[in-house]
Ligand binder design. Structure first.
Ligand SMILES: NC(=O)C1=CN([C@@H]2O[C@H](COP(=O)(O)OP(=O)(O)OC[C@H]3O[C@@H](n4cnc5c(N)ncnc54)[C@H](OP(=O)(O)O)[C@@H]3O)[C@@H](O)[C@H]2O)C=CC1
Ligand SMILES: O=C(O)CCC(=O)C(=O)O
Length: 415
């Protein structure tokens, strides 16, 4: 099976230089298991709505399947195939003992009450029950889900199997969550950015940054880059964008994140009510040092790639750059920090959470951040060295490091 997704094209391009035979390449492209299911939900009004759910498990040669649950109206099986494979390469690149999976529900969570969401999540777990588990497949947050949804998932699974905190990661702290998981992806984005920028002679202290999407990843990336001295000049969410070339004031956002760290970050208009509005379509092509897409996939099209004016594009979102746009960027002087590297901080801290749940050993925030920095810096350095040695871009280099690890595990296990 060969999928015509951008993720499949990135894999093909990377494996070309690795001397793998056709069967090995087919194995790397082929998901282990794909499940689609219907999720009926009794609405608060008494009405019945039926949603479609998905879980794609791509590879488990290096450990249990691992990856987030996305609740978003525009998802389908192809999305999850690409996202599940991306998880396999991400966990391999940062060398944590997991495979890759992704799932979710085609729904708009902003239109559901808290009670409806809880019932929906618990129905989802009933359908996923045979294929998830603490050593089988461990879901986590992604777009449209967070600690609350993970708590409901754990509760529904534990009802059947007994107390099982390690069945999901990204849980609230009081339920076995890990200090730092909520901000891990965004903080990891800042760590990777800092390391790559140092390598190309760009000081993050004083650099200008535009961020698309101010959700879990974007909001914490904004805070972590701001703490490193960067000037965040533009941010957006689905309702619009705000801009200030002198730097946006982030104190309200910081306070709101501090007050309720496990809540969904507040809308841009609420935390930056006085900042100038801008056309969100212009955000990615602003004249800034660093651009961070941190929302949906496919936003960096060939046209956007041609028009980018930044020095560094940091892929905090999964799959923000299409394969055609990647080809354009390879011919331009823009350093691209690929998604499987840039946003690997989340799953890295998920691993610490899962390991801590298994061993019943709590983590401190300080130790988590120190470990996260070690893992992110090592992955950046390995990717940069591989890119230099093979004379390829960072995405191809990151895929090559990851694919070799997965292939070796498959080979040793006799796949
Ligand atoms: N959560 C995690 O740990 C990880 C997430 N990622 C990836 O990071 C990305 C963001 O995930 P996460 O932060 O968790 O998701 P959230 O749901 O927390 O936030 C998504 C943000 O993107 C905004 N958004 C949605 N559509 C658009 C759009 N068309 N233009 C601009 N902004 C938009 C949302 O706005 P609004 O709230 O108004 O809808 C929200 O601010 C995804 O690609 C995800 O796969 C990667 C690794 C780990
Ligand atoms: O934390 C995790 O397990 C997975 C997070 C995720 O879905 C991702 O990295 O894209």
């Amino acid at each position: 099976m060969s999928l015509d997704t951008d993720a499949a094209r990135f894999l093909d391009a990377a494996t070309e230089g690795l001397g793998l035979d056709d069967d090995a390449c087919r194995m790397l492209q082929t998901p282990f298991r794909e499940v689609t299911f219907e999720v009926p939900l009794r609405r608060d009004t008494g009405e019945l709505t039926v949603f479609r759910g998905y879980r794609v498990q791509h590879d488990r040669a290096r450990g249990p399947f691992k990856g987030g649950m996305r609740f978003h109206p525009d998802v389908d099986l192809d999305h999850f195939r690409a996202l599940a494979a991306t998880m396999t390469w991400k966990t391999a690149l940062v060398d944590i003992p997991f495979g890759g999976a992704k799932g979710g529900v085609a729904c708009d969570p902003s239109t559901l009450s808290a009670g409806e969401l809880e019932r929906l999540v618990k129905e989802v777990v009933q359908r996923l029950d045979p294929i998830i588990g603490p050593d089988l497949d461990i879901p986590a947050p992604d777009m449209g889900t967070g600690p609350a949804e993970m708590a409901w998932m754990m509760d529904a699974y534990s009802d059947v199997h007994g107390y099982s905190p390690a069945v999901v990661t990204g849980k609230p702290l009081v339920l076995g969550g890990c200090p730092g998981r909520t901000e891990a992806t965004g903080t990891g984005v800042a760590m990777a950015t800092e390391r790559v920028c140092a390598d190309i002679g760009l000081d993050v202290d004083g650099a200008t940054v535009a961020i698309q999407g101010l959700g879990n990843v974007g909001a914490h990336a904004a805070m972590a880059l701001h703490e490193r001295g960067a000037r965040i000049v533009a941010v957006s969410d689905v309702d619009g964008a705000r801009h200030n070339p002198g730097g946006l004031p982030l104190d309200t956002l910081a306070r709101r994140l501090r007050e309720d760290p496990e809540a969904k970050p507040p809308p841009v208009a609420e935390v930056l009510p006085d900042a100038e509005e801008m056309d969100p379509d212009d955000l990615l092509t602003l004249d800034v040092d660093i651009v961070v897409p941190a929302a949906i996939g496919g936003v960096v099209t060939p046209e956007v790639a041609e028009a980018l004016r930044c020095r560094v594009l940091v892929e905090a979102a999964n799959g923000p750059t299409t394969a055609d746009a990647h080809d354009v960027l390879c011919g331009r002087d823009v350093t691209v920090v690929p998604d499987i590297l840039a946003n690997a901080g989340g799953v890295t801290v998920s691993y610490l959470e899962w390991a801590g749940n298994h061993s019943r050993t709590p983590w401190t925030h300080e130790r988590v951040m120190a470990r996260l920095a070690e893992v992110m810096f090592a992955a950046v350095d390995e990717t940069r060295s591989r890119a230099a040695a093979d004379e390829v871009d960072m995405r191809t280099a990151a895929y090559r490091v990851a694919v070799e690890r997965v292939r070796r595990a498959q080979h040793l296990r006799g796949v």
